[in-house]
Design a protein around this ligand. Structure first.
Ligand code: CTP
Ligand code: MG
Length: 342
């Protein structure tokens, strides 16, 4: 039947060698990467916003601290993306919602615009716009794991430039093909970056920082976060590999289209390996977590970043992986076709 033949096709394609002329496309992918990177001017504006907001908030809450996290701080942000901020505050008296409401008042007094406290969201936030820089941002409260995983991603990005090149192209593909919408059952940008790190770990272009002797330690909400963060000592790590960004893109999509074992495997950048669903007890649906594509969070190891994917969106995702793999294999113009809007 249909199932058997598609299994056979997948099996045949698994060992398919990469097209001989794949490196020819590296320059055009690199220029797409360059066009997406934010300018120095934009990065300076983000820092300026962090400084001015910190000043306003610290007047009211001297012991609080404001952090940048997400794409504007993990080095995987495109230009013109929104700013994610996290307020760390130790106040036993106030609930998160109270803090959000008071924060909104403080920001009003500080002359910021379009202030919207969203207290009923899964992660409560305040949205605002800063008239001075023109930047919009979201502020959440006490989500320190996000601040730490932002640092982990930024540290990985410093080891080998090919991680940023690959992840920018993958994110750009995912946005063009509308498979970068976690609230609609596809994957977050965070998940795609983790998938890229994992691929480069398997190819020994990146090490596994959490398996090395720790130089950085923090404990947040019972999670011990420890890893080797002196990444300036590792900037030759991947030098043995001459893989270009186009070859890595081919490998990424080929892996997720034809090689990944969706029934058994979990990818884990914490260990730098593939681990089994069995071992994590992720073999069946638990509550709303379906575990149809398993991507372990590096610190919250009980979190499957693929948990939002359901039986409809897994099909969409896998078809998109196959489409992308086939474009990189056969298309005369992959750096155009790959991003054709869905
Ligand atoms: N995050 C997380 N767990 C998730 C999703 C996100 O901890 N399941 C945190 C991460 O710190 C991530 C940040 O939230 O860096 C923002 O997530 P996301 O919007 O997916 O990524 P961005 O890097 O901001 O990407 P984009 O450019 O698409 O905004
Ligand atoms: Mg974001």
């Amino acid at each position: 039947g249909h199932h058997v033949s598609s299994q056979r096709i997948r099996f045949q394609r698994r060992n398919r060698p990469c097209r001989y002329d794949i490196d020819r496309f590296a320059p055009s992918f690199l220029s797409i990467f360059e066009s997406l990177v934010p300018s120095q001017d934009e990065i300076a504006k983000q820092k300026q916003l962090l400084t001015s907001l910190s000043r306003i908030i610290n007047k009211e809450w001297p012991n609080s601290k404001l952090y940048l996290y997400g794409s504007c701080a993990n080095s995987f942000g495109f230009s013109n993306s929104d700013i994610d901020l996290c307020l760390s505050i130790d106040d036993k008296e106030m609930s998160k919602v109270d803090i959000i409401l008071k924060l909104a008042d403080i920001l009003h007094a500080g002359n910021l615009q379009n202030i919207q406290p969203l207290t009923r969201a899964r992660v409560p936030i305040v949205k605002l716009m800063d008239p001075e820089t023109g930047l919009s941002c979201d502020i959440c409260v006490n989500n320190l794991l996000a601040v730490i995983n932002t640092k982990l991603l930024r540290d990985y990005a410093q080891i080998d430039i090919r991680l940023r090149q690959l992840a920018f192209i993958v994110k750009h593909w995912a946005k063009s093909r509308r498979v970068n919408e976690a609230y609609q059952g596809t994957l977050s940008s965070y998940a795609y970056v983790i998938m890229c790190i994992h691929l480069l770990q398997l190819r020994r272009i990146l090490p596994c920082l959490q398996e090395m002797e720790a130089t950085y330690f923090v404990t947040v909400d019972e999670s011990n976060c420890a890893y080797f963060d002196q990444v300036d000592k590792l900037n030759n790590y991947g030098a043995h590999s001459r893989d270009t960004v186009s070859r890595l893109l081919w490998a990424f999509f080929h892996y997720w289209a034809y090689e990944h074992d969706y029934t058994r495997d979990v990818i884990s950048i914490r260990t730098g390996r593939i681990i089994s669903k069995e071992r994590k007890d992720w073999t069946r649906r638990v509550g709303n977590d379906r575990h149809l594509i398993c991507i372990e969070d590096p610190f919250e190891t009980s979190h499957d970043l693929g948990r939002v994917v359901d039986k409809f969106t897994i099909k969409i995702l896998r078809e998109e992986f196959e489409r992308a793999a086939n474009i990189l294999q056969f298309d005369p113009n992959p750096s155009v076709t790959l991003f054709e809007p869905y």
